[in-house]
Write a protein that binds this ligand. Structure first.
Ligand SMILES: NC(=O)c1ccc[n+]([C@@H]2O[C@H](COP(=O)([O-])OP(=O)(O)OC[C@H]3O[C@@H](n4cnc5c(N)ncnc54)[C@H](O)[C@@H]3O)[C@@H](O)[C@H]2O)c1
Length: 364
């Protein structure tokens, strides 16, 4: 029998209570304590879970020798100091997305976790969801052919954040899915946007990620949209997938649709695109709460001391892309390039000094 893992959760605002519920439900996890500096939030959670201790200071968790792990669900600016204190106190650490406010902070957290043999996991929740796992499986099996582009729309009215713009708030979900599906790090990023409500905090952004072999992805993020939209289209040379995360069932549909150019033609009159409209089908998806699977994965990784599917490196890659997008926003959408990585794994690479790419540079 594996030893149960004793966990504390810091941050009981909007997302923290979902983590509390899930960690509480896991058989090999003991949720010992929840913490929030806001006593109202703490009272609310304590009323729901009277057997769980309440703390107003994170230090109480870091000093508790019976705690194996700490979960951080606070606003982004607190992630780094809280995670650093947690890791230095010898606790396995689970951090909400995005990992930290800068890639330098992420690197330091990864280093501390590695030096101390601790599990560092990021909550990139969608990678634990069955639609995304199914899409990755289909793409990796080559059923779509070569991926041409991915288009994502994550739009709704609010919730306005005070410390991060909409790209840092919503795009991490899309970025994590895109990197997982393509299994590759982009060579360049650009981003445009506008702050309509809170000065200096963009509430609408359009980001593009450019990959080798002319593959690219676009991500539209908005807090200023009357409808809630969570859609992604993955276009391959042979088939296409539409993923609508708001559908209760049938979240993904695969279209046997494509368009081809004629291989040879002599005159313009002979030139005809060939459109193929075949069947569409909806694969079966096992329904399970992705956050529960993510929480279980964290516990499993601690018990087996293994690297999570969404470890520190994934968090760092995400923050590098967000930093590049922020740099591009400041330059009205000029592309920001990453230096080319070598090797199979998409190793995190530094951003070069906001270089504007020459025409055709995206062709890998
Ligand atoms: N994975 C997902 O799908 C998902 C969804 C929503 C939010 N999130 C992430 O969860 C995190 C929290 O977001 P939220 O919307 O719940 O924020 P929130 O503002 O609603 O809640 C944060 C809570 O943390 C508390 N807090 C702040 N600093 C603290 C500190 N130093 N010590 C203890 N408590 C502290 C606040 O009092 C507040 O109650 C963010 O990183 C966000 O990006 C992830």
């Amino acid at each position: 029998m594996k030893k149960p893992v004793t966990v504390g959760v810091i941050g009981c605002g909007y997302w923290g209570p979902l983590l509390v519920r899930n960690f509480k439900s896991l058989p090999d996890c003991r949720l010992k304590v929840v913490c929030d500096v806001n006593t109202q939030r703490l009272k609310h959670i304590s009323a729901l879970y009277p057997d769980v201790e309440g703390a107003t200071q994170p230090l109480q968790l870091h000093n508790d020798s019976s705690l194996d792990a700490v979960v951080i669900a606070t606003p982004v600016k607190h992630h780094y100091p809280l995670a650093k204190a947690s890791l230095l106190a010898g606790k396995h650490t689970f951090i909400e997305k995005p990992m930290a406010a800068s890639s330098a902070e992420c690197e330091e957290l990864i280093d501390i976790a590695q030096r101390n043999g601790l599990v560092l996991m990021l909550d990139h929740t969608f990678l634990y969801s069955s639609p995304v796992q199914k899409i990755a499986e289909i793409v990796q099996a080559g059923d779509l052919g070569e991926i041409r582009y991915i288009n994502c729309r994550r739009l709704n009215l609010g919730l306005f954040q005070k410390d991060i713009n909409v790209a840092w708030d919503l795009a991490p979900h899309d970025i994590s899915i895109i990197l997982h599906i393509l299994d590759e790090f982009p060579i360049a990023v650009n981003c445009q946007g506008n702050a309509h409500i809170t000065p200096g905090i963009e509430d609408v952004t359009n980001m593009s990620l450019f990959f080798p072999r002319q593959r690219f992805a676009t991500i539209q993020s908005s807090w200023l949209e009357p409808r809630k939209i969570r859609e992604m289209t993955i276009v391959g040379t042979r088939r296409m997938i539409v993923y609508d995360d708001l559908r209760m069932r049938e979240k993904i549909r695969i279209y046997d649709a494509r368009v081809e150019r004629p291989p040879h033609y002599d005159t313009f009159a002979e030139f005809q695109y060939s459109y193929h409209y075949g069947d569409s089908y909806i694969p079966y998806l096992h329904q399970e709460e992705p956050l529960k699977l993510a929480c279980q994965h964290f516990i499993d990784c601690i018990q087996t001391l293994s690297e999570p599917l969404t470890g520190g490196r994934h968090g760092l890659e995400m923050v590098r892309i967000l930093e590049a997008a922020a740099a591009s926003l400041k330059k009205n959408g000029a592309p920001v390039t990453f230096s080319r990585s070598t090797g199979v794994a998409p190793a995190p690479v530094p951003i070069q000094a906001e270089e504007i790419l020459p025409t055709g540079a995206f062709a890998g």
